[in-house]
Write a new protein. Structure first.
Lengths: 278, 261
């Protein structure tokens, strides 16, 4: 199987007054039509890795890689025009908080229809139909009513499903989801994951699922990359995450409280400087 | 001893008026015994934090009866802040960005006219596992976990008997969460605190609490001891759904989930 996305030796560096800060340091992976999880704590570089693939980095960030290719297209040398054709249409990005990602002065339905029109090249009436279909597909009841609502009129859970509908309406080949369900209640979270799950299975979409939640990633993804301080310290099949060998991964898993356990104290993580390089 | 440390009866909280009124808490009652750790579990909008804010005196617009250590919360008794203190979810928001740790910790003492400020601040920092080196730092010089330790130290400055904790670790990384949970457990034992812990995380509540109430849409749907939770034997379908969902993703479980919006 040829890879949908190839990433080799990806580096993101920020220039700061105290010298360069290397936020992502040599990340490599290939992605097929599968669910790949990237887990790590805050500052591990997982979100920057996702954004680097979209070439959406702050102006003071420097991006380097030996190879960064999507479906054979070299993203490092691609023109702005080529990138615009890929972003949104073929690679979509879902962010954590719908409050900051939706346009507050446009109804949610119009926003989804706009995505369909721009990326699908279809007329206004067809875009509206497609938007309504997509609203229904993300399990929102009464799509006609919700179409007319403004972002402040919907709950967080519904806002996130609307975001996902908007990102999926152009039928992307790759969806990068950065903590897409962290702001949601567990029951809504399950439903949103089921939608993503079906899209990977039925449409053969590739999914990069970025999360700090190890249990969730282990149960949802096919494969997991564990990031620490800008590097991938371990790569493991999701179902084998519990038997991961890196002491960082082990430490994280042990530090989680569990419903059935009666440990008096939770083991805390003591960070070994050697993890920075291994 | 004797008698509940905290008692809540028929608590109703309504936000807004008329057609826009939201009945956030609709008749909640529970007791927490002295020295007990009690969990309030629920999803967003269930009313769990609203109950806690009413108890802390941050929301005075409620009906029903609530008392802490025999003092009626509605009277705004000046002794209440010295008995019950609160720790908030987000340590990035709950500490004043331009106040040093020293000022944050001294302020409650000055307000309540308590002497020996120097000794108490040093002691409080030590109690929460921060050395004296942290005393004159600003919040932006601290990590999330260190900030939450400062917020906990601030809550303990008046030597309260009750700690009201609103999602104290949900803004933190898991490795830091473990440190803060351990700290809270240790403080509860050494300072013989009574605790109410509000959380959406069943595992955190199972780890920290003796008993818990599950809230949904403003009411308590189920109350149980932690052993029942650990055996995974809740009675109410809503709690069972919450429990299943907390175990990670399962396509079959997701298909059976019910929600209202």
């Amino acid at each position: 199987m040829s890879a949908l996305l190839e990433v080799e030796d990806l580096r993101v560096t920020f220039q700061t007054p105290t010298g360069p800060f290397r936020a992502v340091r040599g990340v490599s992976f290939a992605l097929g039509r599968e669910r790949l999880g990237i887990v790590g704590e805050s500052g591990s570089g997982k979100s920057l890795t996702g954004r680097a693939i979209m070439r959406l980095l702050p102006a003071n960030a420097r991006l380097e890689a030996k190879r960064l290719a999507f479906d054979g297209v070299d993203l490092l040398t691609a023109s702005s025009r080529t990138l615009r054709g890929i972003r949104g249409a073929r690679i979509s990005l879902v962010l954590q908080d719908p409050k900051y990602s939706l346009n507050p002065v446009m109804t949610v339905g119009e926003q989804i229809a706009e995505a369909a029109r721009i990326h699908g090249g279809i007329g206004a009436a067809a875009a509206r139909r497609k938007a309504l279909e997509m609203i229904a597909a993300v399990r929102i009841r009464d799509p006609e009513r919700v179409y007319r609502l403004y972002p402040h009129e919907v709950s967080g859970g519904m806002g996130q499903r609307i975001m996902i509908a908007m990102m999926l309406v152009p039928e992307p080949d790759l969806l990068i989801a950065d903590e897409p369900t962290s702001a949601l209640d567990v029951t809504v979270q399950m439903q949103v994951l089921a939608i993503l799950d079906d899209l990977v299975r039925e449409r053969g979409m590739g999914l990069i699922f970025i999360s700090h939640d190890l249990d969730l990633v282990a149960s949802f993804c096919d494969r997991v990359l564990v990031m620490y301080a800008g590097r991938v310290v371990e790569q493991v099949a999701a179902r084998d995450l519990a038997s991961a060998t890196h002491p960082y991964t082990q430490g994280l898993l042990k530090s989680l409280p569990r419903i059935g356990d009666d440990r008096a104290e939770l083991p805390t993580l003591s960070r070994d400087p050697a993890w920075l390089e291994g | 001893m004797g008698g509940p440390a905290i008692s809540v009866r028929d608590l109703f909280v309504t936000f807004g008026k008329g057609a826009d009124a939201v009945r956030a808490v609709r008749g909640v009652s529970f007791d927490v015994a002295e020295g007990e750790s009690f969990g309030l579990v629920g999803e967003s909008g269930s009313g769990k934090s609203t109950v806690l804010r009413a108890l802390a005196g941050l929301n005075r617009d409620w009906t029903g009866a609530a008392s802490i250590a025999g003092l009626d919360v509605a009277t705004r008794d000046a002794r209440l802040p010295r008995i019950a203190q609160m720790v908030f979810q987000d340590p990035y928001a709950s500490l004043h960005p331009r106040h040093t740790v020293d000022r944050v910790l001294s302020e409650p003492l000055e307000i309540h006219g308590i002497a020996e400020v120097d000794r108490r601040v040093t002691q409080a920092l030590e109690d929460v596992g921060l050395g004296p080196a942290f005393r004159f730092r600003y919040p932006n010089q601290l990590s999330g976990g260190q900030r939450q330790r400062v917020a906990i130290a601030r809550a303990l400055m008046l030597q309260p008997r009750v700690l009201l904790l609103d999602e104290p670790t949900s803004a933190l990384d898991v490795s830091v969460q473990a440190e803060i949970l351990n700290l809270l457990k240790r403080l509860r034992a050494t300072q013989r605190l009574t605790m109410i812990l509000v959380s959406h995380n069943l595992a955190v509540v199972a780890h920290m609490c003796d008993r818990l109430a599950v809230m949904s849409r403003g009411i308590v749907v189920e109350e149980m001891d932690v052993a029942t939770l650990r055996r995974e034997e809740p009675k109410v379908p809503y709690t069972r759904q919450l429990l299943l969902a907390s175990k990670g993703y399962d396509r079959a479980v997701a298909a059976r989930m019910t929600n209202e919006d």
